[in-house]
Design a protein around this ligand. Structure first.
Ligand SMILES: Cc1cc2nc3c(=O)[nH]c(=O)nc-3n(C[C@H](O)[C@H](O)[C@H](O)COP(=O)(O)O)c2cc1C
Length: 133
């Protein structure tokens, strides 16, 4: 899906009453992987850039107008923080837990505290959408 389509669909969903937007999921863009086997949606690190690009396009239009949730290839505190500063009130992590185990969530939380401190924020709410302001 292209950014423009994602933005239009997200805007329509909000207009129709959606309480928030998760604009991406897995992808069927098999160009992202070597030797693809067309057996379903691709998740994880390979879709990090694509998911962020779509999230950012949606956030440019809808940040402040609804709750935005970012998902796709999030595997570190740095990536979670990038999505939060781009406008995500929530982030979702799935595939990375398979590779890093459940302690990943604790490590992301610890890392987020460090990143917030380094930027002088007292709480995470202050960082949401910081790059949109
Ligand atoms: C095994 C598996 C099952 C999934 N099941 C669902 C589902 O039932 N509903 C849904 O909206 N997304 C589902 N997803 C997509 C994830 O919610 C998520 O959008 C996607 O995996 C990208 O995030 P990730 O890169 O952190 O895995 C599934 C993904 C995987 C890998």
């Amino acid at each position: 899906m292209q950014e423009k389509q994602a933005v239009e669909l997200s805007k329509m969903a909000v207009k129709a009453g959606a309480a928030g937007i998760i604009a991406t999921n897995t992808t069927i863009d098999y160009s992202l992987v070597k030797n693809p086997e067309a057996i379903g949606g691709i998740s994880g690190a390979v879709l990090k850039e694509k998911a962020f690009k779509i999230f950012e396009a949606v956030a440019k239009e809808l940040y402040g107008k609804t709750i935005l949730i970012s998902v796709g290839g999030i595997d570190s505190a740095e990536e979670a923080y990038k999505r939060i500063k781009a406008g995500a009130s929530l982030v979702q992590v799935l595939s990375a837990i398979v590779f890093h185990g459940p302690t990943l969530i604790r490590n992301i939380n610890i890392g987020l505290i460090e990143l917030l401190k380094a930027d002088g924020y007292e709480n995470i709410t202050e960082a949401i959408g910081a790059d949109r302001k």
